[in-house]
Design a protein around this ligand. Structure first.
Ligand SMILES: Nc1ncnc2c1ncn2[C@@H]1O[C@H](COP(=O)(O)OP(=O)(O)O)[C@@H](O)[C@H]1O
Ligand SMILES: [Mg+2]
Length: 379
């Protein structure tokens, strides 16, 4: 039986724990607060900040896990680099966790591999940002190099917006580096997540592409498959294979691309299951969580079978605790619809609390209608 130390215990971690436990693993779920979703289904839990070097080290020393599985980006990844050298196994690799925590590092890797990205540059002051933005041409997208879920991200439409974008980025920054990436704004037709699985043995596998729509830096709904030209899909697969091969290790990656009429542009990647990939809980024979579990345990994945599916998020509207849900009955009365309620103990505006899933004909319409029916209440 493999012992897994899960770093981060949100909704994605919860589904991963379920998949890993079905395959006989023992899981210790870690997060900065008690009662986190994955802790509710794990064997054991530990509450500490993943950014706290000493606490992270202590948890690894105490539990002696066979596998360390990061579920979030904000981890003191230097510790992972060190414990990997001591013989602990980090999924997919400590290097992958370390590079993807920093937008500049993973972007530099992609460029080094000759992968097409949006035109971009870095800036460490408002002044430098202005120079870089003017060189790229407005509008530009500005993101702190260390942030996730759209935090600190904005679009500057003209030089007049640059100072505000810089200030906003500084507020949304994680870590101690005052550095932003400034990118050409891509007028894409659609964007996709390409779930890519690196196996311990055997070739790299891909799930059918997942289309999604983002608002306020978080995904709102996703669907699978996203129809696209076969040659563009092939180009995306080739890029995903190249980048994930460079990162190494075994596991599932969520590789994000922007798709224009004739081009595939690499955006970023998560070396772990992706939120837009929750659709696979209903669309595939093996969900992205099952696939991650099989890949890291070295178990075979003979085939990935997918049908049409969609997911739509259910968000909280205010700050509160002990949330209750109404409308679940109405949502579940539709054929082909299912719901996952994450069990987060507290709410805040726009916090993702549940997801509606649908399969088959009109899956996207059904998932969005189901999500609309579900309301979150706190007292
Ligand atoms: N250069 C860009 N051009 C157009 N849209 C972008 C660009 N960069 C980001 N976006 C939009 O913002 C979303 C979030 O950006 P992303 O780089 O994926 O940040 P995060 O790590 O917060 O997910 C993307 O999914 C896309 O919708
Ligand atoms: Mg993203």
């Amino acid at each position: 039986m493999k012992k897994i130390l899960l770093l981060g215990s949100g909704e994605l971690g919860k589904e991963f724990v379920i998949s890993a436990k079905r395959l006989g693993c023992y899981v210790i779920a870690c997060d900065s607060y008690a009662g986190a979703p994955a802790m509710q289904v794990a064997d054991d839990c530990a509450v500490f900040s993943m950014l706290d070097e000493a606490a992270l080290r202590a948890a690894i020393a105490q539990h002696q896990p066979d596998l360390i599985v990061p579920e979030i980006e904000a981890i003191r990844t230097e510790v992972l680099l060190e414990v990997e050298k001591e013989g602990f196994e980090v999924i997919p690799s400590a290097r992958a966790a370390n590079l993807t925590m920093n937008r500049d590092r993973i972007r530099d890797v992609a460029v080094g591999l000759g992968v097409r990205t949006a035109q971009f540059n870095y800036a460490q002051s408002a002044q430098e940002l202005m120079t870089q933005a003017q060189a790229i041409g407005f509008p530009v997208v500005i993101k702190p190099v260390m942030s996730s879920s759209g935090k600190g991200q904005s679009i500057a439409k003209s030089p007049a917006d640059v100072q505000a974008s810089w200030d906003y980025a500084c507020q949304g920054m994680r870590g101690d580096r005052q550095k932003v990436i400034v990118e050409e704004f891509i007028h894409f037709d659609f964007e996709i997540t390409l779930l890519t699985i690196r196996q311990r043995q055997g070739k790299t596998l891909f799930c059918p592409p997942i289309g999604h729509v983002q608002e306020r830096g978080d995904y709102q709904y996703s669907w699978q498959p996203q129809a696209m030209k076969p040659e563009l899909l092939k180009a995306a697969q080739d890029m995903a294979e190249k980048v994930t091969a460079d990162l190494g290790g075994a596991g599932l990656f969520g590789v994000e691309f922007f798709i224009t009429p004739n081009e595939v542009i690499f955006s970023e990647l998560s070396p772990r299951p992706h939120d837009t990939g929750m659709v696979t809980l209903i669309s595939q024979n093996l969900s992205e969580f099952d696939l991650h579990a099989r890949a890291i345990l070295g178990l075979p994945i003979p085939s990935i079978d997918a049908t049409e599916g969609a997911s739509a998020v259910v968000l909280a509207s205010e700050t509160g605790a002990h949330p209750t849900f109404t409308g679940v009955e109405a949502a579940l009365s539709e054929v082909g619809v299912d719901v996952r309620i994450f069990g987060k103990p507290t709410t805040r505006p726009f916090r993702r609390m549940a997801v509606a899933l649908a399969r088959g004909d009109k899956a996207l319409e059904k998932a969005r209608a189901a999500a609309q029916k579900i309301k979150v209440h706190t007292h």
